[in-house]
Write a protein that binds this ligand. Structure first.
Ligand code: HEC
Length: 112
């Protein structure tokens, strides 16, 4: 019983608390496993989506991505293609295919 009482607050904290945004050090070496995708990410998306001073949702920051993901993947990919606020059309990746934009978005919106 005593062990249960000790564990309960930890469980509640794990379920209820929002994970903090990832740090610059965490994001520095976090890349898609696929080499081509990693190159596209590094050249384009990384420049905004890994910088805390940008208004972009940070890669791996669940709290920032959750409300966006609820609008569905096609809506998110459409935002990248058309541009959104300070994100330019194609997210500065003119040679990215629709499939690659979706794969990059999935990588960026997944927990770290
Ligand atoms: C020049 C900076 C910049 C670059 C480069 C950039 N983004 Fe963004 N991105 C942003 C900003 C800022 C937002 C938030 C816009 C808003 O909601 O006001 C954003 C939002 C998004 C969203 C959420 C769109 C929505 O409808 O909520 C997705 C998905 C996204 N970016 C994917 C990408 C991908 C994939 C790349 C690389 C191909 C990329 N971004 C490159 C700045 C950038």
């Amino acid at each position: 019983m005593r062990t249960c009482l000790l564990i309960l607050p930890l469980l509640l904290a794990a379920c209820g608390a929002e994970a903090p945004p990832p740090t610059a050090a965490q994001l520095e070496h976090h890349r898609p496993a696929d080499a081509r995708l990693a190159g596209l990410y590094e050249r384009a998306c990384f420049n905004c989506h890994s910088r805390a001073e940008s208004t972009a949702p940070l890669t791996g920051h669940q709290a920032a991505w959750a409300p966006r993901l609820r609008r569905g993947m096609p809506a998110l990919v459409a935002s990248v293609k058309n541009g959104l606020a300070s994100m330019p059309p194609m997210g500065l990746c003119p040679d990215c295919s629709d499939a690659e934009l979706e794969q990059l978005t999935r990588f960026m919106s997944a927990p770290l």
